[in-house]
Ligand binder design. Structure first.
Ligand SMILES: Nc1ncnc2c1ncn2[C@@H]1O[C@H](COP(=O)(O)OP(=O)(O)OP(=O)(O)O)[C@@H](O)[C@H]1O
Ligand SMILES: [Mg+2]
Length: 562
């Protein structure tokens, strides 16, 4: 990026030098041909030089344009990749705590807005500092009085710009906020469309989106008004400054205080002196837009990725998992979601995790997957603290069947293979067989090659669940975590999913967040969470007898059709 920026500025400087030379030749030609009436031969050489510099200048301008554009494309690509990679590394905990719509706006439109910032504004800032100095340096030995006049009038333009600009900058920042808010709203409305429809809130949401986009329109118009206003002021100021220089030159020429050639040269160079400053004003608007989004982009890039373990410990065979004194508090929360939590999952055991809504079940799962890091305490597998291992290495040993499995756009084969990218087709088919998914896959229009996920064929809840189980079979990890769907499946799917799950959890350490009595009663052990702590552990019958938290929960389970 620095390279392109440097090249653009360098070429800009060359353009300035060539322009000065061009003007110098022009003033000499006019002087020789029209005033001194002679030196025709010299005039021809000068004319050729003039033509040469004109061609050179055009060429340089073209190169500058392409370099700037190329640089901008590079920078944008690079940033987008880095941003995306960073967001991925920050993980689901971060992506969920930010608004996905806002993140998407930043990744797309935000990066796009950097184009004028890097290609135009930044080079212009440097050029407008150097080029006027260059011009003055050239004029100074020829006509000191004009040089002084230029230097005195020059600050008026930037000062005006700052005055108008500081106003506009605030508005541009607000406009960017409004834009990302609009993105967040659109995405939210799209994702929640079924809910909105079901509750008859579509019209209300429409109004909301209308309001948000109305706000964006207003902000944009305000920003544009300032941009136009500052453009007008700039044009006027430059014209006035040039006129002033011209008048002073004219008076001095009449008084014979300056030669025609010098006066003419100064007059030709005066617009060149003001031009970079005026251009800066013109690009400032684009620059501000870029700056507003650049701030957000760097804020994301500066969000630190939690430190990762480095130990190359080999976990193999069956895993015994233990939590000791684990505490976790969500940012912005006063009370910890999990506190002083200690728990052991014996190797190969099947544990059901139950508890009231908000008791910390999903938090515990997030910690197990290392989407979250405990504030205190240790989670370890076969005695190896999870924090010692890089998160990626840790997750090698964990398979997850989420509450609502996500299907990516692609065919069935690819979707299952996600769990093990180098799996052969027959391995995938075997996993699907074990997961009880093979039959419905075979009935699909193109079998394993049917496109599913976004823009593809839709699957029912039970089918998606079994695909997720097939992924877990394929991965064959030592630890299985499952978040059972809260909505009930139809009895047939329910039976298929349960059978598949029975096969999957055999001889594997497994933790199932259970919402159904059936699941709970087949577990070896039940762990009851209450307000972030383990309240009870035991078997179904044993816990019922205690008449504690579990028996209250179990009463609620009875209401659910099993
Ligand atoms: N992203 C978050 N930011 C802040 N607080 C959160 C977040 N996620 C959960 N919490 C809070 O942490 C506590 C535990 O939530 P958790 O999601 O672990 O409960 P749960 O047992 O999974 O509930 P459910 O059965 O409803 O899924 C709750 O008080 C919840 O409000
Ligand atoms: Mg939950």
């Amino acid at each position: 990026m620095r390279l392109y920026l440097g090249a653009t500025v360098l070429i800009g400087l060359l353009v300035a030098v060539v322009t000065v030379a061009q003007m110098a030749f022009l003033s000499k030609i006019v002087d020789r041909v029209f005033l001194k009436a002679g030196g025709g031969e010299q005039a021809v050489t000068l004319l050729l030089m003039l033509a040469g510099t004109a061609v050179l200048r055009a060429g340089l301008l073209w190169v500058r344009e392409t370099t700037a554009q190329q640089g901008a494309v590079r920078v944008k690509n690079d940033l987008r990749e880095r941003l995306f990679a960073h967001v991925l590394r920050l993980g689901p905990a971060y992506a969920n705590s930010e608004r996905p719509g806002e993140l998407t706006t930043t990744l797309t439109e935000g990066v796009e807005r950097l184009d004028p910032y890097f290609a135009r504004y930044l080079p212009q800032v440097l050029l407008s500092a150097v080029v006027p100095l260059l011009v003055v340096a050239y004029i100074l030995p020829r006509d000191a009085a004009s040089a002084v006049l230029l230097v005195v009038t020059a600050p008026v333009i930037p000062v005006m710009m700052v005055l108008v600009g500081s106003y506009a900058e605030e508005h541009t920042r607000r406009q960017w906020l409004a834009l990302s808010r609009m993105g967040a709203h659109f995405l939210g409305a799209l994702q929640g469309l079924p809910t909105l429809k079901a509750f008859g809130r579509v019209a209300a949401e429409e109004e909301k989106v209308e309001r948000v986009s109305g706000e964006f329109r207003e902000r944009t118009l305000k920003v544009l008004r300032y941009a136009f206003l500052s453009g007008l002021v700039l044009e006027f100021m430059t014209a006035a400054a040039i006129a002033l220089v011209a008048v002073v030159l004219g008076v001095r020429l009449i008084n014979g205080a300056i030669s025609f050639q010098d006066a003419f040269l100064v007059l030709l160079l005066t617009p060149e002196f003001y031009r970079p400053l005026r251009d800066l004003g013109i690009h400032r608007h684009a620059g501000m837009e870029g700056k507003a989004s650049a701030e957000r982009i760097f804020e994301i890039l500066d969000t630190p990725v939690p430190p990762d373990g480095t130990v190359q410990e080999n976990l193999s065979g069956e895993l015994e998992l233990s939590f000791s004194g684990v505490r976790f508090t969500y940012p912005g929360r006063d009370l910890p979601a999990l506190d002083e939590l200690s728990l052991t999952l014996p190797a190969g055991s099947r544990t059901a995790l139950v508890g009231r809504s908000g008791s910390g079940k999903s938090t515990l799962v997030g910690l197990l997957l290392r989407f979250l890091d405990p504030d205190a305490g240790v989670i370890s597998a076969n005695g190896v603290p999870s924090g010692d291992l890089p998160a990626v290495a840790w997750r090698e040993h964990v398979a997850l069947v989420p509450q609502r499995p996500h299907l990516f756009y692609g065919n069935v084969l690819e979707n299952i293979r996600l769990a093990k990218p180098d799996a052969t087709r027959s391995e995938v088919e075997r996993a699907a067989e074990l997961a009880g998914a093979a039959e419905f896959i075979r009935r699909m229009p193109h079998g394993y090659d049917t496109q599913i996920g976004e823009r593809g064929l839709r699957l029912s809840g039970g089918e998606a669940q079994r695909l997720a189980i097939a992924r877990a079979f394929l991965k064959d990890a030592a630890l299985l975590i499952m978040d059972e769907p809260t909505s009930s499946l139809d009895p047939e799917s329910e039976r298929l999913v349960r059978d598949a799950l029975d096969r999957l959890t055999r001889d594997r350490t497994s933790l199932i967040v259970a919402h159904r009595l059936n699941t709970v009663s087949t577990a070896d052990r039940i762990v009851v969470l209450h307000e972030g702590q383990v309240a009870e552990t035991g078997t179904h019958a044993g816990l019922l007898e205690r008449k504690g938290h579990y028996s209250l929960l179990a009463d609620a389970y009875e209401d659910v059709p099993v």
